[in-house]
Design a protein around this ligand. Structure first.
Ligand code: DHB
Ligand code: FE
Length: 279
C-alpha cells in the first residue's frame, strides 16, 4: 500500500524563478529564503518520495476566469509549464501517473467531491517553482499528481471544505494499490495582497500563529470564513488553503521537522514547513 511520508508547505512567488535564473541564491536579499530549503534537500535524500501530490492554485495559465473549477485533478502522463508573462524561464516537463490520478479521482468523487478531471493540464509557477526549490537540478525524480484549488475567483471553497479535501486525499493515498512513497506538497501564501487599497499587506502575527497551528491545533484556521481569511491574510494570502489541505492529508498528528519564515519575497511573506505524520 502507498504511504504518505511527509508534507511540505511553501510560498510560491514568480520572482523566485528570476532569482534561480540569475543564480541569486547567495544574494543578501535571497539567501534567507533559499537557505530555508537546505534542510529540505537533506530530508528528501533520505525520504526518497516516488510521487508528489501537489496542491496549488492556478493563476490563469490552465484555467482562466471564464472556466474556474473549484477543485480539479490532473490525470495526464505529462505536465508542461508555459510562459505566464513573468519573464522567467520555463522548466522541464513533469512525469504524471494517470493510473494513480484516476485512483485518487475515483476516491474523491466517491467521497462526494465534484471534481474537474484534466487529461491535459499546463502547470504554472505555483507548481513549477516549489518543485525547483525542492529539486534545484530540475531533474525531477518523482511522478506528480496536480490538485488545483480555486483561490483566484470568488466564490472560493471554505477552509473547512479544503480541510475535508485534504483528509479525503489522505484516505485515498492509503488505499492506493502501489508501494509508492508519497509526498504532499502544498503551495501558496502566506500573507500577501497584490492589488487594491491594501496592496503590500502582510500580517506576520497571523502567519506565525497559523504556522504554529499546523502542529498544535491544525484545524484552527477552519474557524474563519473566506472573507475573514482575506481580511487576516490578504486577497492572495488566502492561498494558505493549500497548507490546510496538505496538513489534513497527514492525519491527526504531525510533527514539524523544519520551518522558515521570511519577509518579504516580492510582495509576499514567505513561509516554509516540513511536516511528518505521527502514526
Ligand atoms: C506574488 C505572489 C504570488 O503568490 C503570486 O502568485 C504572484 C506574485 C508576489 O508576491 O509578487
Ligand atoms: Fe500565488
Amino acid at each position: 500500500m502507498a504511504k504518505i511520508i511527509g508534507g511540505i508547505t511553501t510560498s510560491h512567488v514568480p520572482a523566485i524563478g528570476r532569482a534561480i535564473a540569475k543564480g541569486l541564491q547567495q544574494d543578501p536579499y535571497w539567501k534567507p529564503f533559499f537557505d530555508g530549503f537546505l534542510p529540505i534537500h537533506r530530508w528528501l535524500k533520505e525520504a526518497r518520495p516516488d510521487v508528489v501530490v501537489l496542491l496549488y492554485n492556478d493563476h490563469g495559465l490552465n484555467f482562466f476566469l471564464d472556466k474556474m473549477p473549484t477543485f480539479s485533478v490532473g490525470a495526464a502522463s505529462e505536465y508542461r509549464n508555459a510562459d505566464e508573462g513573468w519573464g522567467i524561464p520555463t522548466v522541464p516537463p513533469f512525469k504524471g501517473d494517470p493510473a494513480l490520478s484516476w485512483q485518487l479521482i475515483e476516491s474523491l468523487v466517491g467521497e462526494e467531491f465534484d471534481l474537474t478531471t484534466c487529461q491535459e493540464m499546463k502547470v504554472d509557477h505555483a507548481f513549477t517553482l516549489p518543485m525547483a526549490l525542492l529539486w534545484p537540478d530540475q531533474n525531477w525524480p518523482v511522478r506528480v499528481i496536480p490538485v488545483c484549488i480555486n483561490t483566484v475567483q470568488d466564490p472560493l471553497p471554505s477552509a473547512r471544505r479544503c480541510w475535508k479535501l485534504g483528509e479525503a486525499i489522505g484516505r485515498a493515498v492509503a488505499q492506493w494499490s502501489t508501494d509508492d512513497r508519497v509526498l504532499i506538497l502544498g503551495t501558496g501564501g502566506l500573507s500577501h495582497q497584490l492589488d487594491g487599497e491594501r496592496a503590500g499587506f502582510i500580517n506576520k502575527e497571523f502567519d506565525l500563529r497559523f504556522m504554529d497551528s499546523m502542529v498544535s491545533d491544525p484545524q484552527w484556521a477552519t474557524q474563519f470564513t473566506t472573507r475573514e481569511l482575506v481580511e487576516l491574510a490578504g486577497t492572495q494570502g488566502v492561498e494558505l488553503l493549500m497548507w490546510l489541505s496538505t496538513r489534513a492529508a497527514l492525519g491527526d498528528k504531525a510533527v514539524a521537522l523544519h520551518r522558515n519564515y521570511h519577509i518579504p519575497i516580492s510582495n509576499t511573506a514567505s513561509g516554509l514547513m516540513l511536516l511528518e505524520p505521527v502514526a
